[in-house]
Design a protein. Structure first.
Length: 589
């Protein structure tokens, strides 16, 4: 068959950069962000972030600033009183009133607030205040407060005040206080209020305000820290940040905008601040965490596509998985080896072997040489990985034992195949998949198939791809299950061999599966139909591990759908027809 593989020195933000973001784009970005993150994900992020703040900053706040609020006083306020108080305040402040606050007044207010509050006072105030506010009250407060703040108020904050505020915030918060505050905030705000808050913020910030904010926040950070970040670290961080955003939203950000953002941010950060930041990130996020995120993202794209392909539906594999997944069954894939692939790694059984290089590393390999002189280099690379992926799609909980007997150009020998079959049996395989074969009979190969059958191991083999009744071994041997290839509709694949020794058929045209070291690809052949049947055998053996190979073959044949009416001229030469896995698992004794 043919292989088809589906093998990115300014100080702050200028008006020119910010002008590239329209209100519509910001709205779209916000919607995508809110849609992409679940409550669980937000909780994880909050905990990871808050774990890093110290209690030092709370000592900067004095009890005097609370001016009269004691624990005893706070205990007097019931939920009803606080609700009434908040409602009364919200009813009184209009946008016009808020607009009257000048920059000077706001600066004074901010400075006074920053001059002190102790940790004890803030803890008391936070605990008492947060304990009293209901979700309904917070919803009312948020909506009303957001309605009142205009761009005029936001314009009042100077860069100096923002610098002071930012420094005070960064100096530290105790874990206990932040945990209480964050949990109360997250528990109290409904999705509707958060949506309103985000929209209100985006509606109010002008280019001038964003410029002021950016300059104030980024002031003091140099490029020295950039040397501390490796490509791998930045890639991991980016992957974690982007997880949850749809491709459509990300496509709206042009290279020019992202480049300008990166330059503006990276021009400013000091070594000390970024060291603290990276220490906090690296303390919380391990390689395993980021690897898990990456696998989840890849699986949502490529794994989901593979699992939903029409070939699996044609054999009713999704319905069969409701009954059996192949757990506890070992399927040996005797082929060109299996690459290190994120989709398969968790299901690779130990004990694999390479009979080509005679070592314990049965990886799919290339040598860049046209060994067989057919004008193609390494044309069989990826074959074993592709076959293993199909076994996994049909029986996702079965373990796969990789055994390499074929080089990257497809060269193989019957005596090595025989040795590999015996090895697989001795290693405890329950099913052996042979998506390969030879045109000449071999006594030693037939003996190996008999050895497996007498040990209770089911051998499944491909019928061949010459569109002829030519005999292909070991498929033609009595104690194997020989597999022909069909289109998803049940019509014989144009390349598939046919013969009366064929036992059953399965889809083998344009099958999407694992390829190389992390990719997916389409491939056609009886090689692709065969692992569907090997996977089916694993499903049956999970239900009844005592089934002998002949019984496995009978169950698959009895449950198959006759395709002779669709294939005039090939009657009786495509086995019992298209495999029906849902029916097969239903009739296992």
């Amino acid at each position: 068959g043919e292989l088809g593989g589906n093998n990115t020195d300014d100080d702050g933000f200028s008006a020119a950069v910010l002008d590239q973001f329209t209100q519509a784009a910001l709205d779209q970005f916000t919607a995508a962000a809110l849609d992409g993150f679940s409550t669980a994900a937000l909780d994880q992020f909050t905990v990871a972030t808050l774990d890093q703040f110290t209690a030092a900053v709370l000592d900067q706040f004095s009890l005097a600033a609370l001016d009269g609020f004691s624990q005893a006083a706070l205990d007097q306020f019931s939920q009803a009183i606080l609700d009434q108080f908040s409602q009364a305040i919200l009813d009184q402040f209009s946008q016009a009133a808020l607009d009257q606050f000048s920059p000077a007044v706001l600066d004074q207010f901010t400075q006074a607030a920053l001059d002190g509050f102790t940790a004890a006072a803030l803890d008391q105030f936070s605990a008492a205040a947060l304990g009293q506010f209901t979700v309904a009250m917070l919803d009312q407060f948020s909506a009303a407060a957001l309605d009142g703040f205009s761009a005029a108020v936001l314009d009042g904050f100077s860069a100096a005040i923002l610098d002071q505020f930012t420094q005070a915030a960064l100096d530290g918060f105790s874990v206990a206080a932040l945990d209480q505050f964050s949990q109360a905030a997250l528990d109290g705000f409904s999705a509707a209020v958060l949506d309103q808050f985000t929209q209100a913020v985006l509606d109010q910030f002008s280019t001038a305000i964003l410029d002021q904010f950016t300059v104030a926040m980024l002031d003091g950070f140099s490029t020295a820290i950039l040397d501390q970040f490796t490509v791998a670290v930045m890639d991991q961080f980016t992957q974690a940040a982007l997880d949850g955003f749809s491709a459509a939203i990300l496509d709206q950000f042009s290279t020019a905008i992202l480049d300008q953002f990166t330059l503006a941010a990276l021009d400013q950060f000091t070594l000390g601040v970024l060291d603290q930041f990276m220490a906090a990130v690296l303390d919380q996020f391990t390689f395993a965490y980021f690897h898990s995120l990456a696998v989840q993202a890849l699986d949502a794209e490529f794994g989901a596509t593979a699992r939903s392909q029409s070939g699996l539906a044609a054999i009713n594999a999704p319905q069969a998985l409701l009954t059996s997944t192949g757990a506890g069954v070992v399927v040996a894939v005797i082929d060109s080896g299996i690459s290190d692939h994120w989709y398969l790694n968790s299901q690779i059984a130990p004990g694999g072997y390479d009979f080509v290089d005679f070592d314990a590393d049965p990886a799919d390999e290339t040598n860049g040489i046209d060994d067989d002189g057919d004008g193609m280099v390494d044309e069989s690379f990826g074959h074993g990985t592709h076959v293993a992926g199909i076994v996994n799609l049909v029986a996702p909980d079965a373990m796969i034992l990789p055994i390499r007997v074929q080089d990257s150009d497809g060269g193989r020998w019957s005596f090595i195949m025989a040795e590999a079959i015996q090895y697989a049996v001795d290693q405890g395989a329950d099913v052996i998949n042979l998506s390969l074969g030879v045109s000449c009979p071999s006594k030693v190969l037939e003996w190996a198939v008999d050895y497996a059958a007498f040990a209770g191991v089911t051998v499944v083999a491909a019928a061949g791809n010459t569109d002829s009744p030519n005999v292909h071994y070991p498929a033609a041997y009595y104690r194997t299950i020989a597999v022909a290839a069909l289109e998803d509709t049940g019509v014989k694949a144009s390349f598939s061999n046919y013969n009366t020794y064929v036992d059953i058929s399965a889809p083998g045209v344009g099958v999407y599966s694992t390829f190389g070291e992390g990719q997916f690809a389409w491939w056609s052949g009886t090689s692709q139909a065969t692992p569907m049947i090997a996977g089916a055998a694993a499903l049956l053996l999970e239900i009844n591990p005592t089934l002998y190979p002949a019984y496995v073959s009978d169950l698959l044949g009895m449950s198959a759908q006759d395709v002779d009416p669709l294939n005039p001229g090939y009657e009786g030469q495509l086995g019992y027809g298209m495999a029906n896995l849902a029916l097969a698992v239903a009739i296992v004794p």
